[in-house]
Design a protein around this ligand. Structure first.
Ligand code: X2X
Length: 347
């Protein structure tokens, strides 16, 4: 009897061990949802939204429909409030997103790196940072903040436009009411330039331009073109390349953990592929000889001022105090990592 009980106990323990080994994976991989909600600020008329669509299509195709993603542009899952998007991803109101570093920078300090005025002289500098060590550090910061980062995309170099006059020197910005995204670094930059910055969401920005409640804004030329900002009086654009706004493909942590390792790998690779394609779309018309996109905007009657190196330097000098103030807040190590990658870039 004693022996039989022991045998039984041993067998039970063995079964329990087997279960325990098998269970974590089974537990972690929960039920798949019928639909996953992807948040975006800009829809498929823009490179940003096209990046989201490419990602969703590749995932659906490569998982044979196991993972079905629906796009929610206009940050509609957070009622258009871009700066609340990151918290909503973390909390699971949003399953996944292709988001701007600017919009998430209030929650993830490291993301302010990209808003440091005049850090990125050219696209090679952007690539050296996001695809290098600094990019990996930023992904670690995002993971620590509670989301799963997968790949980089790009909104683009943010150029300034306004309805009043051509801007060639910092003094030209004096007193201009400029709409900026809800991130404190932008208030510092535009205040340093003598402008009058005002924070509002993208949804509010367009009516504000139309009613002349604001004089200007800053966004990539591809955004200007698709949003037809010439039709809300933004007739002057200055190419100053003061910052580049990358996009990041992310997934909510619980959603990520609910997928099998194979599906996670499919979603990650699809994000990397979609990101690469999206970056090419975002740069289209700006990297070819003669910048065809600039020509297209000029053909609409828009004045495009391309700053020369010396003019650009005047803006960089006028905002140097902002760079110096924010460097320790972002993390001196991270900023120096980026500066070194930029200095060592292949051009
Ligand atoms: O609001 C903007 O300016 C936009 C669309 O570029 C971002 O979401 C950062």
């Amino acid at each position: 009897m004693k022996l039989r009980l022991r045998t039984l106990l041993t067998a039970t323990a063995a079964a329990a061990t087997l279960l325990a080994v098998g269970l974590p994976a089974a537990h972690a991989q929960g039920k798949y949802k019928d639909e996953y909600r992807m948040s975006l600020v800009l829809g498929t008329a823009f490179p940003w939204g096209q990046g989201g669509q490419l990602w969703a299509d590749k995932v659906r195709e490569r998982t044979n429909g196991r993972i079905n993603i629906k796009l929610y542009p206009g940050t509609s899952l957070v009622q258009g409030d871009q700066t609340r998007e990151f918290s909503a991803i973390r909390q699971g109101v949003i399953d996944m997103a292709v988001g701007s570093t600017i919009n998430w920078s209030p929650q993830v300090k490291a993301l302010n790196l990209f808003s440091l005025p005049f850090l990125f002289p050219d696209y090679a500098a952007v690539d050296a940072v996001v695809q290098g060590e600094a990019g990996k550090e930023i992904f670690k910061a995002l993971e620590k903040a509670g989301v799963q980062p997968l790949a980089w995309g790009e909104n683009g170099y943010r150029e300034i436009s306004n309805s009043k006059h051509a801007i060639t020197k910092p003094e030209d910005l004096k007193g201009l009411k400029i709409r900026v995204v809800g991130s404190p670094l932008f208030l510092d930059t535009f205040t340093a330039l003598g402008a009058n910055p005002t924070q509002m969401s993208w949804a509010d920005a367009q009516p504000a331009m139309a009613s002349k409640a604001v004089d200007g804004q800053e966004n990539p030329l591809a955004v200007y073109q698709a949003a037809k900002l010439q039709s809300v009086g933004q007739n002057h654009i200055t190419l100053w390349g003061y910052m580049n706004d990358p996009l990041i493909f992310v997934v909510n942590k619980d959603v990520w953990n609910s997928w099998t390792p194979e599906d996670r790998e499919i979603v990650r690779q699809a994000a990397i592929d979609a990101g690469r394609e999206e970056i090419a779309i975002a740069r289209k018309g700006l990297v070819e000889e003669g910048k065809p996109l600039v020509k297209e905007l000029e053909a609409l009657g828009v004045t495009v001022t391309d700053l020369n190196a010396e003019q650009r330097k005047a803006f960089a000098e006028a905002t140097r105090s902002v760079y110096d103030k924010w460097k320790p807040q972002i993390g001196t190590n991270l900023v120096e990592m980026a500066e070194k990658a930029i200095a060592a870039r292949k051009q």
